[in-house]
Design a protein. Sequence first.
Length: 121
Amino acid sequence: MSYMLLIHEPVGQRATRTEAEGRAAYAAMVAFGERLAAKGKLKAVESLSGMDSAVRVSHASGQPQTLDGPFAEVKEMIGGFFLLQNVSRDEAVAFAHDCPAAQWCTVEVRALAPCFDESRA
């Protein structure tokens, strides 16, 4: 089964780090990804830019709406993800515990699944 580790970090946290601290955090995350890849468990990994470059698109009100970031009401942002393959839920949770980001933010574990289960129709 495939799982995604979503890295939820406080908005603005990156700006509180010195350059050395930022580089160390990034290096720890790269090394973690390399360990997952060496085990054959990593399908994809990406870091995401901050909220300043984010754009939200919605048609929920019936009209197209575009809202440029940063978003004042947001306290957390998804800072990146690791897409795991051929792992059980328990393995994915164990990898989340091993993720360096768990030391400074939250790592959410989500199974990949269809958004609509046709077997229930």
